[in-house]
Design a protein around this ligand. Structure first.
Ligand SMILES: Nc1ncnc2c1ncn2[C@@H]1O[C@H](COP(=O)(O)OP(=O)(O)O)[C@@H](O)[C@H]1O
Ligand SMILES: [Mg+2]
Length: 357
């Protein structure tokens, strides 16, 4: 199954929730739609599912135009499964009946399918075999979410749409369910469009991430591309933490404003960030030292995290987020110097000038 979205727009009155976005999704891909609350993720998913129609543009699923301003193929005729944050289980049906329901009622379900055999398979995939007769009220949050997943995948949809499916689960369960959803993706080979505001979920699970902001797509790329080469300031700060360093981009090096005696060379950065004279420096790309090299500052917060320590450091006119290994223990209020780690880029001293404030 492929999905092609062309200049898709959704207006609610004067408000433009989706601003003519375009996107190509390949067969079998796991796509994460990542963005802050209110950026239009659910709106996009509802248009893909057929719950709502666009006000401009079109949606093609497997080469067929299923939605445009004039026509909308209803959800039950699209070969899709949906999983919601709220689970949306029926209180009067047990686990087995939830999985059976779409097999009997969805038009795209294969009519020759052996229903009992398929129920068994789905119970097995979702590890619900021993809970088959339980009612929703007798299940934990994680089990409920597995029922919702089972119900969605039972009729073997080509496209699985998930809207923040793990947000209502506690941290440990979320980790476990991530692995299960990845497993389901491998087993079913379905194309998955997974909406989340949680960057670590998107980075961990997706083949490609679509970063959205205010009804627009900011960047599309693999998790590595998005994290290592953010195209815009928004992507740099929304996906992972970034210290947006002001300076001047020259032909092949960056001159940070705060340490104009330094040249940072061999950095990969997008044209847009170059134009804006910014370099996004990740917290783990920074070293703190007691020697006098780099930019002088004061430690203003310390958070011990087990495998690393998170600091904020105030230099003359910038606050920095820095993550160090635990053997590098600095105290609140201590004077330090902030430096880019050597392995991130070539640092060259342009001129012998001591930086001090
Ligand atoms: N039916 C609606 N009527 C008016 N505004 C809506 C409607 N649905 C969503 N919106 C608005 O569109 C924007 C995007 O909403 P939504 O797609 O739900 O965001 P997300 O899922 O990314 O949090 C929000 O500002 C929201 O208030
Ligand atoms: Mg939403």
């Amino acid at each position: 199954m492929t999905a092609v979205i062309k200049e898709l727009q959704k207006r609610f009155g004067k408000f433009e929730a989706l601003k003519k976005i375009s996107l190509d999704i390949e067969n079998g891909e796991f796509i994460a739609i990542l963005g802050p609350s209110g950026c239009g993720k659910t709106t996009l998913l509802r248009l893909l599912a057929g719950f709502d129609s666009p006000t401009y543009g079109s949606i093609h699923i497997s080469g067929t135009e299923v939605g445009n301003i004039n026509t909308t193929l209803p959800p039950e005729k699209r070969n899709i499964g949906m999983v919601f944050q709220s689970f949306a289980l029926w209180p009067h049906l047990n686990v087995k009946e939830h999985i059976k329901f779409p097999l009997v009622h969805h038009r795209f379900a294969d009519k020759k399918m052996d229903i009992n055999k398929r129920i068994k398979e789905v119970l097995d995939i979702t590890e619900l075999t021993s809970f088959a007769e339980r009612m929703p009220s007798e299940l934990s949050g994680g089990q409920k979410q597995r029922v919702a997943l089972g119900r969605a995948i039972a009729p073997q949809p080509d496209l699985l749409l998930m809207d923040e499916p793990l947000s209502n689960l506690d941290a440990e369960l979320r980790m476990e369910m991530r692995r299960e959803i990845q497993q389901i993706h491998r087993l079913t080979k379905a194309t998955i469009i997974y909406v989340t505001h949680d960057q670590s979920e998107a980075l961990a699970m997706a083949d490609r991430i679509v970063v959205m902001n205010q009804g627009r797509i900011e960047q599309v790329g693999t998790p590595r591309e998005i994290y290592s080469y953010p195209k815009t300031e928004f992507v740099a700060s929304f996906v992972g933490k970034a210290n947006l360093i002001k300076g001047t981009w020259h032909e092949n090096y960056f001159e940070p404003e705060l340490a104009s005696n330094l040249k940072w060379t061999d950095l990969g950065v997008s044209e847009e960030l170059k134009k804006r004279n910014i370099y996004p420096l990740r917290p783990e790309q920074i070293a703190l030292t007691n020697d006098n090299e780099g930019i002088p500052g004061i430690i203003t917060s310390v958070q011990y995290q087990g495998k690393e320590i998170h600091y904020t450091v105030q230099t003359q006119n910038q606050s920095w987020v820095v993550h160090t290994e635990i053997w590098q223990a600095f105290q609140l209020g201590e004077s330090v110097h902030v430096q880019m780690k050597q392995e991130q880029a070539k640092l060259e001293v342009k001129e012998e000038k001591i930086v001090s404030y």
